[in-house]
Design a protein around this ligand. Structure first.
Ligand code: ADE
Length: 408
C-alpha cells in the first residue's frame, strides 16, 4: 500500500480536528492509514512565559494579530515531503473548487494547512504558503472549519476510500454540472411520487433523464456553472470537429500489454482474482491486471491520447498496488469528457495456465460495469501460446485489445 497521504495542520485549536475521526469515510481513511493527520500548535512553539501567540497591530486598530515567530517555528518543525503543498486558509484566498481538491489529491502527498485566527495574521506568514484558499465569501472565526473542508474533500478522492472511485468518475464527467436527483423507497411518499422512468428498468432512458435533470438543475440553481458548461460543450465539440471533420463519428483504438509471472504476487485479470497452479502472479507497479491495461490503452489509443503510463506513471507511488479497474474507469471518464463514449471492446488474453474460461463471464461483467456499457459490448477471449514464446514458457501473460468509440 502507498504511504499515507499526510495532512499537517498548523492551528491554535488542535482539538477541533478530533471530530474528523468520527466522520465516516474520513475517519476510516485515517484508521486504515490511507491518510494521516497531525496538528501543530504554534502555542507549543512560543518561548515567553505567557505563551503569547498574538499581539497588537502596528499602526493601531481593533483586534489582535497572529505573531509570525510561533507560526514559522511550528511550520519549520514539520518534516517536509518532496510533493508537499502549503495552503493557507483565509477569506482572502482563491475560492476553493473541486478541481483544486482533485489536483492536490493527485499531485501531492503532503498538504500543510495553515489556519488563520484572531482578527488576522502577520503579513509575513503569507510567505510560507503556496496557495491561499477561501471556502466562500463569508468570514469565520478561524481557518479550522475551512481546513476540515479541504481535508474531507481531498480524503474522499484518495485511492482506497469508499467515495474515491465513484467520485472521481463523477468529477471528471460532471464537468461543471450538478448531480441529478436521487430517490429510494417508498415509491409514493406523502403524495410525492418517484418519477416513472426510474422504475422502468430502461437504463438508456434513465441515463438520458438523469443527464437532462443535471442540466436543468444546474441551469436553475447555478446559472454561472451552466453557462461555463455550455461554453465548454461548444468549444470541445468544435475542437474535435476541426480535427476530424464532422463526418467522423467513430474511432478505433488498439492496446497491448504483457506482465511477468512471478511468485508471491496476485494474479488478477479483468478485476478477477485467480489462482495459478504454481502460485504465480503478475509483477507490476499497480495490481498488474494486464487485461485491464490493454483495454485502457485501446481506449486511450482511440483518441490518440497516449497510453496508461502517461496518466498513471509507474514512478508515482500513488499508483502502487492500484486497482486497474479504477484506472480504467478514470480513462472512461476522460473519454466522455472529450465528447466520446465507449461502443464496445474486444480483448484476448494469452496465458498458458490457469484455465480462464470459467472466469471469462465474471471478467466481462466487471469490465462492462466500469466501461459503462452492457456486458454484450465486452468480448474477452483466452488462448494459450501453444507453449511458444514468453507466454508459452509461462514467463508472462499478455493481452491485446481493441476498442471502438462513438461521439456522444
Ligand atoms: N477563515 C475565516 N473565514 C474563512 C473562509 N471563508 N475561508 C477560508 N478561511 C477562512
Amino acid at each position: 500500500m502507498a504511504p499515507p497521504f499526510r495532512f499537517e495542520v498548523v492551528s491554535l485549536l488542535p482539538k477541533s480536528f478530533e471530530t474528523l475521526d468520527d466522520l465516516g469515510v474520513v475517519g476510516r481513511a485515517f484508521s486504515s492509514k490511507i491518510a494521516e493527520l497531525r496538528v501543530h500548535n504554534p502555542r507549543d512553539f512560543t518561548s515567553d512565559r505567557y505563551r503569547k501567540v498574538d499581539d497588537e497591530p502596528y499602526g493601531g486598530g481593533a483586534g489582535m494579530v497572529l505573531k509570525p515567530e510561533p507560526v514559522f517555528a511550528a511550520f519549520q518543525s514539520i518534516p517536509l515531503n518532496g510533493r508537499r503543498r502549503v495552503l493557507m486558509m483565509t477569506p482572502q484566498g482563491k475560492p476553493l473548487d473541486q478541481k483544486d481538491l482533485y489536483r492536490w489529491s493527485i499531485e501531492h502527498d503532503q498538504l500543510i494547512i495553515l489556519c488563520g485566527h484572531y482578527e488576522g495574521f502577520d503579513e509575513r506568514i503569507r510567505t510560507l504558503a503556496d496557495e491561499e484558499v477561501s471556502i466562500g465569501d463569508f468570514v469565520l472565526t478561524g481557518g479550522e472549519l475551512p481546513a476540515m473542508v479541504v481535508i474531507n474533500g481531498v480524503v474522499r478522492l484518495l485511492p482506497g476510500t469508499v467515495g474515491a472511485e465513484e467520485s472521481l468518475l463523477e468529477e471528471s464527467h460532471t464537468d461543471l454540472l450538478l448531480e441529478h436527483p436521487h430517490y429510494t423507497r417508498p415509491s409514493d411518499f406523502q403524495g410525492m411520487e418517484v418519477p416513472l422512468v426510474l422504475k422502468s428498468g430502461d437504463h438508456g432512458a434513465i441515463a438520458t433523464w438523469r443527464e437532462k435533470q443535471r442540466q436543468l438543475r444546474t441551469k436553475k440553481q447555478r446559472p454561472d456553472l451552466y453557462s461555463r458548461w455550455l461554453l465548454k460543450q461548444q468549444s470541445s465539440q468544435s475542437k474535435i470537429n476541426q480535427f476530424l471533420g464532422d463526418s467522423v463519428k467513430i474511432r478505433i483504438g488498439n492496446g497491448y500489454d504483457i506482465h511477468q509471472l512471478v511468485p508471491n504476487r496476485a494474479l488478477i485479470l479483468g478485476g478477477v482474482k485467480l489462482a495459478h497452479p504454481d502460485g504465480l502472479g503478475l509483477e507490476g507497479h499497480s495490481d498488474a491486471d494486464v487485461l485491464a491495461h490493454a483495454i485502457t490503452d485501446a481506449l486511450l489509443g482511440a483518441l490518440a491520447l497516449g497510453d496508461i503510463g502517461k496518466y498513471f506513471p509507474p514512478e508515482d507511488p500513488k499508483w502502487k498496488g492500484a486497482d486497474s479497474l479504477f484506472l480504467l474507469e478514470k480513462v472512461v471518464a476522460l473519454i466522455e469528457e472529450s465528447g466520446w463514449k465507449v461502443v464496445n471492446v474486444d480483448a484476448v488474453i494469452v496465458a498458458e495456465r490457469p484455465k480462464l474460461k470459467p472466469h471469462i463471464d465474471l471478467m466481462r461483467n466487471k469490465l462492462a460495469e466500469r466501461l459503462g456499457v452492457e456486458v454484450e459490448s465486452v468480448g474477452i477471449k483466452a488462448t494459450t501460446n501453444e507453449r511458444l514464446g514468453p507466454e508459452g514458457r509461462e514467463e508472462g501473460i499478455s493481452s491485446h485489445a481493441v476498442a471502438l468509440l462513438a461521439r456522444l
